[in-house]
Design a protein around this ligand. Sequence first.
Ligand code: NDP
Length: 331
Amino acid sequence: SRQFRLAARPVGLPKDSDWEYREEELPDPGEGEFLVAVSHISLDPAMRGWMNDARSYIPPVGIGEVMRAGALGEVVASRHPGFAVGDHVSGAFGVQSHAISDGQGVTEVDPSKVPLPVYLGVLGMTGLTAYFALLDVGRPQAGETVVVSGAAGAVGGVAGQIAKLKGCHVVGIAGGAEKCRHVVEDLGFDACIDYKNEDVAAGLKTHCPKGIDVYFDNVGGDILDACLARLAMHARVVICGAISQYNATGKVTGPSNYLALLVNRASMTGMVIFDYVERFPEAAAELAGWLAEGRLKAEVDVVTDLATFPEALLKLFRGENTGKLVLQVAA
Ligand code: NDP
């Protein structure tokens, strides 16, 4: 088994020396366990947070432990009644080529229906996060204006597409002209603001003439502040993530425009996808339906070779991915 273990707690962007790459004997499954040959690993901005020794919604990864990650793989040995050799499965298998599992939190996936990486994207945690954060927390109504940051990314791309399905006017914010073209032409958003080359406040004024009813925030920082300044009455701000702050070496920057919440009787609500586990089947079925009907596009960005994990993870923080970033274990 080849694996990446956490060697040190990073300061700022993770460095190569924060990881230990190790090769170990293949483990044998015990009674009630099975062995998975991991094929695809989900790369998530949240992994940066799990590397910190800080109180959060989930305990940090310990020094010396295999890095936590959602992944897909095939069962290659089993002493578990519910999982047979040849089954394709999704679970928290970590950044490694092989994993032992007792089946907890593991679901079966069907590679004959959609390409495997899609089970980490639209049909995985990404799609579920977009679904619940938008529909449960954002609660958009047809005709309302929804703004989504990180719009060319995994969660943002799905959130904006769902908002379009619900009849909203949808404005994305993404880095670069090509990403903005993709968000409008391929994903069907009404407009997209290139925050790296355009003035965000001016763009919001142009594209959200009646103000923002739902702001789906993936990035935090200055973009959150600009959106707060443009809220409509009774707006809902969904705090899904704040990637601009994850590698901060000093204090996290909070929004200075928060009094816009008072003026507009608006709310700002954090969401964590793990709270919705019981409703995953219902949401996954609806997402799969939209995908099958062609009403939702599944963007995946697959990079190869487990050994490149430290570099591949940094793509998220450099904005080098479009859609769901997935690491294929094989070179
Ligand atoms: P993405 O696919 O969106 O990848 C990250 C993107 O963030 C990059 O491509 C880049 O796009 C953008 N980005 C990077 N740095 C900055 C910055 N400094 N300012 C603005 N944008 C930046 O990742 P995911 O879709 O997986 O995750 C999106 C967000 O959702 C994250 O904040 C993540 O933590 C959160 N999340 C939250 C969950 C929850 O339960 N609350 C569950 C899953 C994800 P660009 O080129 O446009 O800058």
